[in-house]
Design a protein around this ligand. Structure first.
Ligand SMILES: [Zn+2]
Length: 223
């Protein structure tokens, strides 16, 4: 006999979400999003008692902010007694972390054939607003549902809907995986590279990005 959770997973994983996605294309980054309203409706139709929580932090705000790395939002979903947590950085349409003020970064310039010209161009990331944070929360919720199987293959970068016109980014199909998976994070104390899970955990519990070792040190610090 199957465990109830596996049953939920099998049912949600088997739902075809291909025509419920929206693909955002900009430069080299390509992201596929599932409509949160549709995703939640599909879950509720099958599991009417399913519920979600948007995690709140200081001053009851639905995000954690770190001036080096930006904003992070967190959700929890419970289906049939099982709870999974998810987190997502607040990003602009180019997949860059948004901060509390605008900033400029440089990107390689490509010619029409997709080859680097050797030049760099400036790109601007606008400051995040509540609109961006809300959008990230709804995407986080959708991704959270992916932990239960719904649309999970989107996040694994498999069987994504193909675009009609070839673009330079076709050479980098692996990059189609949701950008937050590729994004690298570093410990704020020792600069060691850390995983996104470590990043999310430490930001939530220590208010800054910390590797496991530095988390231990931080814990041992007297108040
Ligand atoms: Zn460290």
């Amino acid at each position: 006999m199957k465990e109830p959770e596996n049953n939920v997973f099998d049912i949600l994983y088997s739902i075809n979400v291909n025509d419920k996605t929206e693909t955002k294309n900009s430069g080299k980054s390509k992201l596929t999003y599932l409509s949160w309203a549709w995703a939640w409706a599909e879950v509720k139709k099958r599991y009417p008692t399913a519920n979600y929580t948007i995690e709140k932090f200081e001053n009851n705000l639905p995000y954690v902010y770190d001036s080096l790395t930006g904003y992070m939002v967190f959700t929890q979903v419970t289906i049939e007694g099982t709870t999974h947590e998810m987190w997502l950085p607040v990003m602009d349409s180019n997949n860059k972390a948004m901060k509390n003020e605008p900033y400029i970064y440089k990107v390689k310039e490509y010619d029409t054939n997709g080859y680097p010209t050797g030049k760099f161009i400036d790109r601007k990331v606008e400051a995040a607003t509540m609109f961006d944070i809300n959008k990230a929360i709804m995407r986080c919720l959708t991704k959270n549902l992916g932990m239960f199987g719904l649309g999970l293959y989107i996040y694994a970068g498999e069987d994504l809907p193909e675009s009609d016109t070839p673009t330079p980014s076709d050479a980098n199909k692996a990059q189609r995986v949701s950008a937050d998976v590729q994004k690298t994070y570093n410990c704020a104390n020792c600069a060691k590279e850390i995983t996104q899970a470590e990043y999310a955990y430490s930001l939530k519990n220590y208010k800054k990005a910390l590797c496991r070792e530095c988390q231990k040190l931080e814990k041992g610090k007297p108040c």
